[in-house]
Design a protein. Structure first.
Lengths: 111, 112
């Protein structure tokens, strides 16, 4: 089945820098969601962007969606050590009626 | 506010033994419920979902089964565990099939 793919698989940056993660998918979607998972914990929903939206903000998070390229990006500005986690995109595909999760980007913030 | 509980948090079981993982949701009614499995360092694999009591859909043929005996209770079971059943099991709920999913803390299962 179609699955979102995050890029890069792993990212390490210095505290205070911005972190950008990308997600690509293959079919038409109703919405795309980003989740965060701290090690050994459940996933936490960050933001949902619908197919007719191009950009969305929530605090230090900025998500973009380009349906023509079938891609989304998650930008975390002014990163903090507490942002260290894995980040997953999940796509709600047209006609599928379920969320399909990618394999995630492991983000490490170096103090 | 809504909360989701999973137990146990950690479980070590021998091959061939039975399994029962429980998930309960508080503060909402008629939620959609999901069981996922996550292998180490990997994404989530949807195992089962339920849109109502007694209604279970299986996504992947496997050694596991699910039941929903009550509106806010979702149980993952196995009669005989395999080594390949080891993993991190996550329960989640949502208000609709396409909406935000809220995850429990997970159960780490190790089959030896």
């Amino acid at each position: 089945s179609q699955q979102g793919e995050e890029d890069p698989q792993a990212l390490s940056i210095q505290e205070g820098e911005n972190a950008t993660m990308n997600c690509s998918y293959k079919t038409s979607i109703n919405n795309l969601q980003w989740y965060r998972q701290n090690s050994g914990r459940g996933l936490v929903h960050l933001i949902l962007i619908r197919s007719n939206e191009r950009e969305k903000h929530s605090g230090r998070l900025r998500v973009t969606l380009d349906t023509s390229k079938k891609s989304s990006s998650l930008l975390i500005t002014a990163s903090r050590a507490a942002d260290t986690a894995s980040y997953f995109c999940a796509t709600d595909e047209v006609g599928n009626e379920k969320l399909t999760f990618g394999t995630g980007t492991r983000l490490t913030i170096i103090p | 506010s809504q909360t989701i509980h999973q137990w146990p948090a950690t479980l070590v079981q021998p091959v061939g033994s039975p399994l029962s993982l429980e998930c309960t949701v508080e503060g909402t009614s008629n939620p959609n419920l999901y069981w996922y499995r996550q292998a180490a360092g990997r994404g989530l694999q949807l195992l089962f979902y339920s849109v109502g009591i007694g209604q279970i859909s299986s996504e992947v043929p496997q050694n596991l089964s699910a039941s929903r005996p009550q509106d806010r209770q979702f149980i993952l079971s196995s009669k005989k565990l395999l080594l390949s059943d080891s993993g991190f099991y996550l329960c989640a709920w949502s208000e609709g099939r396409r909406e935000t999913q809220y995850f429990g803390p997970g159960t780490r299962l190790l089959v030896l």
